[in-house]
Write a protein that binds this ligand. Structure first.
Ligand code: NAI
Length: 235
């Protein structure tokens, strides 16, 4: 067996073959990884050193086979009959999610939502580091939020090129979001975390994650509604 480390996924190679790189991992699997990561952090912090897929399945309320299938996409993380080493699994999933790197972020739109995001300290602990904010309101220029300066929007492009920015966080009205996002396509940013109420589509070199909190509320509303209908039927 030859050992090495894949430069893209940072997992160990088996016979110099990277199982992660060879396979196209579905977005559904990727979407489940943060949840595994959260649960494993709590398990690790509570002193749990080893966990079986059955036990993890009970805690997370997903089937053990789903867990094994998900992990098998990455070559599996456990030994038959031994279960998973919690700390190892937590760290490996963190590497797959790129959480062993610091990501510099800038905020565009230093209003209510933007300020709340910048002030949420846990992002920094996970390696998501806000370094500057931008706005079009001159009254905000020179002020700071959560220790970072607010600058004029006109300085955004030069700033991201000069400061190794990975992620731009957009918390501006939807009327301006597309234009600002497109102005960033000729920079070196890697992703946009978009909160404006518009689904952005950009060249493949820029990853976009559109976040719509209201979608989650609407789902909740549907479930409340469905629950009350089934209670009415039961009575
Ligand atoms: P806000 O009015 O408090 O803040 C918006 C800020 O963006 C202001 O400081 C304004 O000067 C600035 N701005 C406007 N146009 C700009 C531009 N072109 N470039 C840079 N800065 C610009 O609004 P709030 O409550 O912070 O919401 C921000 C946006 O996020 C809104 O469009 C809102 O609809 C959206 N939103 C989205 C949510 C989601 O789940 N996706 C949840 C809450 C708000």
């Amino acid at each position: 067996m030859t050992w090495g480390v894949c430069t893209k996924c940072f997992r160990h190679l088996h016979n110099m073959r990277c199982l992660v790189e060879e396979k196209e991992i579905s977005q559904a699997v990727i979407g489940r990884l943060p949840r595994y990561y959260r649960y494993l952090k709590d398990l690790k912090d509570s002193g749990k050193e080893r966990i079986s897929s059955q036990e993890l399945s009970r805690i997370m309320k997903v089937t053990a086979s789903q867990i094994r299938q998900d992990f098998n996409n990455f070559g599996g993380f456990g030994q038959q009959g031994y279960g998973y080493n919690t700390n190892y699994l937590y760290e490996e999933i963190g590497k797959i999610l790129g959480l062993d790197h610091v990501h510099n972020m800038v905020l565009v739109g230093a209003g209510n939502l933007g300020q709340a995001l910048v002030k949420y300290l846990k992002f920094k602990k996970s390696g998501f580091n806000f370094i500057c904010a931008f706005d079009i309101n001159p009254q905000l220029y020179g002020q700071t939020i959560g220790g970072i300066p607010i600058r004029p929007l006109q300085e955004l492009k030069d700033y991201v090129d000069a400061n190794d920015v990975d992620i731009v966080v957009l918390t501006i009205p939807k009327s301006d979001a597309r234009e600002v996002a497109h102005s960033l396509t000729r920079t070196n940013i890697k992703a946009i975390w978009n909160f404006a109420h518009i689904d952005l589509e950009l060249p493949a070199s820029i990853q976009v994650e559109n976040v719509h909190l209201q979608d989650s509320l609407m789902k909740l509303s549907y479930n409340i509604h469905r629950n009350s209908i089934s209670q009415d039927v039961d009575q």
